[in-house]
Design a protein around this ligand. Sequence first.
Ligand code: UDP
Ligand code: MG
Length: 324
Amino acid sequence: MKTIDLVVPCYNEEDVLHMFFEETNKVILTIPDYQFRYIFVDDGSRDNTLSILMELAEKHDNVKYISFSRNFGKEAGIYAGLKYSQGDYVIVMDADLQHPPALFPAMLQGINEGYDCCAAMRTSRKGESKIRSAFSRTFYRLSNRLTNVDLVQGAVDYRIMTRQMVNSVLDMSERQRFSKGIFAWVGYKTKWIPYENVERPLGTTKWSFLGLFKYAVSGITGFSVAPLRMVTFMGSLISIGAFIYIIITIAHTLVSGIDVPGYATTLCAVLFLGGILELSIGILGEYIANIYMEVKERPIFILKNTNIDLIAHNEFERDKISSL
Ligand code: UDP
Ligand code: MG
């Protein structure tokens, strides 16, 4: 029997976990041809998420959990879940039931049709603010123009992947992880399954506006050096303009003498160039920051507690495990 691991990152999800487990189990019962296993990743939750997970694990053999030493972010949660998964297929999904488990059969059908991956795609942005939707649309447009990975509008981190694709995703060991980009970058044949956006039944979203903005910037800088080229291009354009203006000014001075008034022109030029310089330094800074974070090679997550047999998983040497 083929096995499927469900990787579920959870951060402060005590309100919704029981409901998630019940709802998902209902769907799993309708798919007897596969053996399902849960891998919950507690991303340093400050509520009772971990104790609920331990309780579930105690009652159900197919529930595994991984708990981090602090909050490392959803991306780290997905990475850890994939790393400890062993199933023939892996499904990545949110804990808040915004990723309806009812899509499992459609996803498996895609796999049976020969796709390497079946991913869910929201057809509406119901329940989301207009501003947030507008920013998100702009991000997709910008990102697809600037990067060489094609992000699908409305794609969410809810998908099933073959073991082969999971291994490719794990081979991308970068620290600043942008899953949407990584999933697109590794390639493979993906089938898109549209679904209506579902609102969170309980709990609240963990995203702040600033958080989303940073996420968008890291998405673009992680997959493209186009912004750097843009700086070069802008610089060239301004230099050409400046050169022409210098020639005009010199010629004008030679013909009609020195023109004293020039306050407005000077001020505009200084402010304009100042702005462009700051922007360019900022863009350079983003890339330098990325390099800085990558060269440190810090672990993507720190494991504190788990019921997965790490020795069997070949992940840790025996002497190291005693400290866990
Ligand atoms: N999540 C996480 N770590 C975080 C933030 C979120 O593991 O630092 C999990 C969260 O528990 C949920 C999923 O990521 O299962 C999506 O989070 P959320 O619902 O807040 O995001 P949204 O659906 O609003 O994009
Ligand atoms: Mg959500």
